[in-house]
Design a protein around this ligand. Sequence first.
Ligand code: OFO
Length: 171
Amino acid sequence: MISKKMEKAINTQMQREIYSASLYLAMSSYCSGLDLNGFANWYRIQAMEEMTHAMKFYDYIIEQSGKAIVPAVEQPPQEFDSPQATFEGALEHEKKVTAWINELVDIAIAEKDHATNIFLQWYVTEQVEEEAHANEILQKVKRIGTQGPGLFMIDQQLAQRVFTPPAAPAE
Ligand code: OFO
């Protein structure tokens, strides 16, 4: 069992993860509109990953005999200034998510909720990767530029990304 406070905080984070999925799907759609199919692929897979983040929270609440609240999701922006701007936005968004995950850990620690603290460590590690990936691509886009061959090269690279569902926890 988890406390009502912890349950509410995890439900809020589940909602934010679903928003993350919507935001990245909107970025994917924007990139498709620019015929940047590799960029679009990268964001589409990112959106799918975000839904797995949300579902992990959902499953955890249920497993802990709580009530998972399925949220209405705020509409994300549909237009962006440039492909570079999408990665600037993605990095800023991931930094916010990291701060929210850290707040959840703070609540778990304050409540001496060791199980939730351990559960949250997956997200703590994941956020290091999430920020690193967004930043790596942003730096490449900035360095190579977003015109002609440079843009084509990055687009080709981002087209390689495939969706890998997170490993199921050991029984
Ligand atoms: Fe992008 O890590 Fe979840 O939100």
